[in-house]
Design a protein around this ligand. Structure first.
Ligand SMILES: [Ca+2]
Ligand SMILES: [Ca+2]
Length: 87
């Protein structure tokens, strides 16, 4: 399985500011949490696209340390279709 490699150069302070601005679940940063965020996250899981550090922070719906996996995808989709009412 091919794994995308990329280099991220941000200072620790900048990362902190970015993560603070992140709305959990809003992976594509359009201001709302909906099905598009689930699709965006699934594309990442399928290695079709990469996420920026702030996007992966937003994608970590269950908050287990910015590890993005299918559990986060499921949580965001459940929220998007109103099965759960908070992330
Ligand atoms: Ca969104
Ligand atoms: Ca997670």
């Amino acid at each position: 399985m091919a794994k995308a490699s990329f280099t991220v150069e941000v200072l620790p302070d900048e990362t902190a500011v970015q993560v603070e601005d992140v709305k959990k679940g809003d992976v594509n940063h359009d201001g709302s949490i909906d099905i598009m965020d689930g699709i965006c996250l699934n594309k990442y899981l399928l290695e079709v696209q990469t996420l920026t550090p702030s996007q992966s922070a937003a994608a970590d719906a269950d908050g287990n340390g910015e590890e993005v996996d299918p559990t986060d995808s499921l949580l965001i989709l459940k929220y998007a279709v109103e099965i759960i009412d908070s992330l």
